[in-house]
Design a protein around this ligand. Structure first.
Ligand code: URA
Length: 228
């Protein structure tokens, strides 16, 4: 947990409201209070929970959210195109530590993705040893042949370029071209490569849940705060 007792300019800059050098001007434009006293001195120290901007408490010191990623957004801080971070409040992009996605979804994949500024949590959820369950709904180009569930569950499926077979995965058949797939690993393009390995192609991919967190009624581009 970040230290809560620090200078006003450090609070403002770490949460992305302004840079440290802009803090003086910020205090003139916005009504920043520590408890019931308006502040004009950037060096004044205060606890996070005692600081208010225009009567609103500061943003939380740590942010973890579940976002319903729309298609067309890239899970990267510095790529050309529409970045997933542009879906968040603008000042969050200036926070330090940075908010980052927990793993990645392909640009055309939609659905559940967690973003956090908690590096330990991010590491824990993405580590190869973590057994976080991810559930995907995949629309396929070709009807299923019939042996896919068994192949995916076998723990023997080798993907091109991998040294070890995939851990068992569970396939639920909804229709001949629509499935739910539950996996615990998070290899690059894993779901698309699994279906390519059985002679099929994913034409639409949606992640229904990650680590038990469901998209539920979140609309595309919407997020909610979560605790893990
Ligand atoms: N598997 C894929 O192929 N793509 C994703 O975005 C996620 C899992």
């Amino acid at each position: 947990m970040a230290n809560s007792y620090k200078r006003i300019d450090a609070h403002l800059s770490s949460l992305g409201y302004c840079t440290r050098s802009e803090a003086k001007k910020f205090l003139k434009i916005f009504e920043v209070f520590v408890k019931d006293k308006r502040v004009f001195d950037v060096s004044l120290k205060a606890n996070h929970e005692d600081v208010f901007i225009n009567n609103e408490p500061l943003d939380a010191q740590t942010i973890t959210i579940l976002l319903n990623k729309p298609s067309g957004y890239i899970c990267s801080h510095n790529d050309a195109g529409s970045l997933i971070y542009s879906l968040l409040p603008e000042r969050w992009n200036r926070r330090n530590p940075k908010i980052s996605t927990v793993g990645r979804l392909d640009v055309d994949t939609t659905g559940a993705i967690i973003l956090t500024d908690n590096g330990d949590l991010n590491h824990k959820l993405t580590s190869p040893k973590s057994d976080v369950i991810k559930v995907y709904e995949a629309t396929l180009a070709e009807p299923l042949k019939g042996d896919e569930s068994q192949i995916f569950a076998s723990g023997e499926l080798m993907l091109n370029g991998e040294k070890k077979p995939l851990l068992p995965a569970m396939l639920e058949i909804i229709s001949p071209t629509l499935v739910r797939l539950e996996i615990v690993e998070g290899k690059y393009h894993q779901v698309k490569r699994m279906f390519a390995a059985v002679g099929n192609r994913v034409i639409k991919l949606h992640r229904v849940s990650f680590a038990g967190f469901q998209i539920d009624d979140l609309k595309e581009g919407e997020y909610k705060f979560i605790e893990l």
